[in-house]
Design a protein around this ligand. Structure first.
Ligand code: ATP
Length: 224
């Protein structure tokens, strides 16, 4: 099946404070490995489980737009930054499901660091009713080789859900988990923010378009 005929759609939620090549590369590789028709980038408005983002939702959204502008398969979705109140991924997935119809299979993408903390998420078990979960390995997180590091509650919920081939995801429209064989890139938004505030280079960790935006708007330097 060509990727244009695929009924599989990827969703990559994140704070994107700022977006970087770690995000873009896992999106690109997962589109290819799973055969997704497109990947939707969903910047969180008010993330519930972490610090308040340094950049405003408007800036974080603009940086995602700048990063993906030349890739027609990457789509910016602003629903969470437009929503008042906290950002719940489950709520967004419910909306995607309703808007896109029954024939679409949603694949929610998470880094291994985020997946390990899944039980802290609002209505986390419902995720498996709404979508498949695609995990990207992340340096420093051993999930790809062992499930033993998962909290017991999560390990039990996931026990029958793991698949080792992307093609197995076609058996059903939700509830399976696939660890995608993505390139390990040890890049984080935290490192980028720290480097910028220390006036160190972040070139080649994120697209030039995003770097230009950060410099023009004096983000993360302590001057904004
Ligand atoms: P921060 O350092 O501020 O915590 P981050 O770099 O983890 O940010 P997020 O926007 O929080 O970026 O990440 C969005 C999603 O992308 C999460 O599921 C996260 O695990 C994943 N992700 C981010 N960077 C990478 C990376 N280098 N490799 C694999 N997954 C990543």
């Amino acid at each position: 099946m060509s990727k244009f005929e695929s009924s599989f759609i990827g969703i990559l939620g994140g704070t994107f404070d700022p977006i970087h090549y770690g995000h873009l590369r896992i999106a690109e590789e997962i589109v290819e490995a799973v055969g997704l028709r497109e990947m939707h980038f969903v910047p969180a408005g008010r993330p519930c489980l972490r610090y308040t983002p340094m950049a405003s939702p408007q800036h974080r959204t603009a940086m995602v737009r700048a990063a993906i502008q030349n890739n027609p398969g990457f789509i910016l979705d602003e629903r969470e930054t437009r929503r008042s109140g906290p950002s719940y991924s489950v709520e967004s997935l419910r909306e995607f499901k309703q808007e896109m119809g029954k024939n679409i299979t949603l694949c929610f993408v998470m880094g291994a660091d985020a997946f390990i903390k899944l039980t802290e998420w609002h209505s986390w078990r419902e995720l498996f009713r709404l979508c498949h979960v695609i995990i990207a390995a992340r340096p420093g997180h051993a999930l790809a080789t062992s499930h033993d590091i998962l909290p017991q509650e999560l390990r039990e919920e996931c026990a029958q859900r793991w698949v080792s081939n992307a093609s197995s995801l076609e058996c059903t429209s939700s509830g399976l988990i696939f660890v995608a064989p993505t390139t390990l890139l040890d890049i984080s938004a935290t490192t980028i923010r720290v480097r910028i505030s220390a006036k160190r280079s972040v070139r080649y960790l994120l697209p030039d378009t995003v770097l230009d935006y950060i410099e023009t708007n004096h983000l993360y330097s302590g001057e904004e």
